[in-house]
Design a protein around this ligand. Structure first.
Ligand SMILES: *Cc1c(COP(=O)(O)O)cnc(C)c1O
Length: 391
């Protein structure tokens, strides 16, 4: 059996999205900026996609800017607020320690440019306390950027409360909603955010497309100079097939949201019931306030990397955390920010499933993981130590 359980890293393209994209490579290959009929047909497709994307998050089409993905959207949102802030003498930005690297590394770059960055704490369940944001805001604060849902542990953040605080204080609020859009309800009015990032390949759209929602009235700063595409805010000929595929995938995801949430949650329950009994294991992050398909666990006395390789040899594709950290031997910054001890954080496993998975696959995972964990522990000196200390 082959089980793909790494959907937080990327998802399979939906059939519907693929079908919508194909004619744009063969017939509808026009440049939306061209004045002739082939170009104008492409322009029409582009604007139809913008309408669909806007509708999915309760925004206006004028508030949607297409990007190359989540990373670009995060960079552009943060740079926009920083630029706007610095012109008013405001150089303080608030975020959290467990954001995606697209946010954290942008903030690091801004720090070198003279910005002051506050990273609020995350509690042991992987949730941020909105009051910590309230207390961190000063009259120099130009931006709060907090993710809607975490990509490693799946916890959903109190973004509506944070949005309210930011509005009260007159501070811009950006949220990285890459893991949330298409998986749980996302409504920009309810959240009260000023900017929101999303990426197509996390909801069965193609890679290389994403969007940034920007509330009316905010002037976006462009990262790429050139032509007048995206109202002059993102130069470069549009990746039309990917954008149109993204809109189709998002429409499909939103139409089936409730049904998928139910199906995926019940499969996650099989995983939790089957795996939480493993000796010296823990589930990382609140299991209630979390994405339906993300489960993160640690097993003491083993290395996450070895666990992944052995699971892969049994046909199970999983992750130890974010795809960006794998390959490095550093434990996950997300788990460390939640106070998981370094030696335990090394033995992490992230299973991320969605509606394309089946309950049979879950049963298979539940059979394989305990086997592999016991096998690895059977020759782990760290495990021997843990057992010795017990006695
Ligand atoms: C995947 C991901 C990103 C990056 O999106 P790309 O489209 O791959 O650039 C950003 N933030 C979060 C939370 C993600 O999960």
């Amino acid at each position: 059996m082959r089980v793909y359980a790494d959907n937080a890293a990327t998802t399979k393209l939906s059939e519907k999205a693929l079908e919508t994209m194909l004619p744009l490579f063969t017939e509808g290959y026009g440049n939306p900026s061209s004045l002739h009929s082939v170009g104008q047909a492409a322009k029409t497709e582009l604007e139809k996609a913008r309408e669909k994307v806007a509708k999915a998050i309760n925004a206006s089409f004028k508030e949607i800017y297409f990007t190359s993905g989540g990373s670009e959207a995060d960079n552009q949102a943060i740079r926009t607020a920083a630029y706007q802030g610095s012109r008013k003498g405001k150089n303080h930005i608030i975020s959290s320690a467990f954001e995606h690297h697209a946010v954290l590394h942008t903030l690091n770059a801004l720090k070198k440019e003279g910005f002051e960055i506050t990273l609020v704490k995350v509690n042991e369940n992987g949730v941020i306390n909105p009051d910590d944001i309230r207390f961190a805001i000063t009259d120099k604060t130009c931006l709060v950027t907090i993710m809607t849902a975490n990509n490693e542990v799946g916890t959903i953040q109190p973004v509506e409360e944070i949005g309210k605080i930011c509005r009260e204080k007159g501070v811009l609020f950006h949220t990285d909603a890459v893991q949330a859009v298409g998986h749980i309800p996302v409504d920009v009015e309810k959240i009260g955010c000023d900017m929101l990032s999303s990426s197509a390949h996390k909801f069965h759209g193609p890679k290389g497309a994403g969007f940034l929602y920007v509330r009316k009235g905010i002037i976006l700063k462009n990262l790429i100079e050139g032509g007048a595409q995206e109202r002059g805010k993102r130069a470069g000929t549009e990746n039309l097939p990917a954008i149109v595929g993204m809109a189709a995938a998002l429409e499909e995801a939103v139409n089936n949201l409730e049904e998928n949430e139910k199906k995926v949650s019940s499969m996650k329950k099989i995983l939790i019931d089957g795996l939480s009994g493993i000796e010296k294991s823990r589930i990382n992050g609140d299991t209630e306030k979390s994405l339906p398909g993300t489960l993160n666990m640690c097993f003491e006395g083993i290395e996450g990397e070895s666990l992944l390789l052995l699971l892969d040899s049994k046909g199970i594709c999983a992750s130890s955390g974010s795809a960006c950290t794998s390959g490095s031997l550093e434990p996950s910054h997300v788990l460390l920010s939640m106070g998981v001890p370094v030696e335990i954080a090394h033995g992490s496993l992230r299973l991320s499933i969605n509606e394309y998975n089946t309950p049979e696959e879950m049963e298979y995972i539940v059979r394989c993981v305990p086997e592999v964990v016991s096998y690895l522990r059977s020759f782990s000196p760290v495990w021997d130590e843990i057992k010795k200390e017990e006695k």
